[in-house]
Write a protein that binds this ligand. Structure first.
Ligand SMILES: NC(=O)c1ccc[n+]([C@@H]2O[C@H](COP(=O)([O-])OP(=O)(O)OC[C@H]3O[C@@H](n4cnc5c(N)ncnc54)[C@H](O)[C@@H]3O)[C@@H](O)[C@H]2O)c1
Ligand SMILES: O=c1ccn([C@@H]2O[C@H](COP(=O)(O)OP(=O)(O)O[C@H]3O[C@H](CO)[C@@H](O)[C@H](O)[C@H]3O)[C@@H](O)[C@H]2O)c(=O)[nH]1
Length: 327
């Protein structure tokens, strides 16, 4: 299929673009490079464009005879979304509405959307199933949940076939270790800890050691970006027969912040300073997925479920690219 990959120069989008090309699809990256990196995308057609540009979207969808859209483009920082809510509603919600409108006008009806575990807010129990209450606690989660509702009603109206994929914590370097994580600023635990191990930051701070968890630190469900991307392919393949798909994507196993830090220490063989700091506002103690629905309906399995493997691929990429995509 000819697939428009919005946000294809970002961390997950660049991995997806590489997988699509490897699988014989024809990806076309659409990214404004506000956060992504040209160097993250291999020899694939690239349009520097903004989701807000309806005319360019329509021209691209029609002119390139696009058959499906995979949509990764968004602002992704929870803390910033609390400080600047409208920035998040504009890019994540309004601009996605713009994209869906252009798709409708161009007659493109297949859509795979990057949603997030943040739609569940502070879940009362874990692991989380898709049916559990959607109760985001920040504008980032709300901005994504609003898109899910938009897709649901478009689908009910017979205007869209879509998959909303609720990622847990994406990590690792994918595409045979070639596509790594280079967010600026970086806010995610694994790359930040790796930066500490590389001596690029003075320490790694643990946000909260008094949670009701075995070692007092937060537990998250880390999923390798290769596993994440394979689920997109499977969802895309079922869109024609199943017009509405909603799946959690996690590996179901939780790892604490201390376990992540120890794994980076082991994998890297480096010692670094760990500082015990206050809790970060809005962090649930435990976020783990029940992804059985994706396993059952898509036939999806995690091929890299071990934290050690995820961290090792990330460590190798950062060691080979000490300045990220600036190299
Ligand atoms: N990283 C995670 O752990 C995680 C977890 C849950 C959900 N997600 C979702 O997955 C998606 C991808 O995340 P990521 O980590 O790859 O983020 P990223 O910031 O690396 O990639 C986003 C890309 O979108 C582009 N972009 C942003 N706004 C744009 C616009 N208006 N027009 C065109 N391009 C635009 C950026 O330049 C960037 O290349 C996001 O939608 C995010 O909300 C990520
Ligand atoms: O310097 C740091 C950074 C993070 N953490 C902790 O590490 C855990 C993971 O944090 P982070 O890597 O920032 O991921 P999350 O906040 O869990 O959010 C990610 O995972 C969510 C789904 O679980 C997605 O919605 C978000 O988009 C994605 O960024 C959390 O407990 C943080 O408090 C630290 O202790 N120190």
């Amino acid at each position: 299929m000819r697939i428009l990959v919005c946000g294809g120069a970002g961390y997950i989008g660049s991995n997806m673009t590489a997988l699509l090309a490897a699988e014989g699809h024809e990806p076309l990256v659409y990214d404004n490079l506000s956060k992504g990196h040209r160097g993250a995308v291999g020899d694939v057609e690239f349009i520097v464009g903004d989701l807000a540009d309806y005319d360019l979207l329509l021209k691209t969808l029609r002119g390139r005879r696009i058959e499906a859209v995979m949509h990764f483009a968004a602002w992704i920082e929870v803390g910033e979304s609390v400080q600047e809510p409208l920035k998040y509603y504009r890019n994540n919600t309004s601009n996605t509405q713009n994209l869906l409108s252009a798709m409708e006008a161009a007659g493109v009806g297949r859509f795979v959307f990057s949603s997030t575990a943040a739609v569940y807010g502070m879940p009362e129990t874990t692991p989380i199933t898709e049916e559990m209450p959607k109760a985001p606690i920040n504008p980032y989660g709300e901005s994504k949940w609003a898109v899910e509702r938009m897709c649901h009603y478009q689908s009910e109206a017979g205007r869209l076939h879509y998959a909303a994929l609720r990622y847990f914590n994406a990590c690792g370097a994918g595409n045979n270790g070639l596509c790594g994580e280079d967010h600026r600023p970086e806010s995610h635990l694994i790359p930040l800890t790796i930066q500490a191990a590389m001596g690029k930051r003075p320490d790694i701070r643990i946000y909260g050691t008094d949670y009701d968890t075995p070692d007092g630190t937060c537990i998250r469900d880390y999923i390798h970006v290769d596993d994440l991307c394979r689920a997109h392919l499977l969802a895309l393949g079922k869109l024609d027969e199943q017009p509405e798909q909603v799946y959690n994507l996690g590996n179901g196993q939780g790892y604490s912040v201390r376990e992540v830090i120890e794994t980076v220490r082991r994998v890297s063989g480096k010692d670094f300073t760990v500082v015990e700091a206050d809790r970060r506002p809005g962090d649930p103690a435990v976020l783990t997925s029940d992804a059985n629905k994706a396993r059952r309906e898509l036939g999806w399995t995690c091929q890299k479920p071990e934290l050690e493997t995820m961290v090792a691929t990330a460590w190798q990429w950062h060691s080979e690219h000490p300045n990220g995509y600036s190299d």
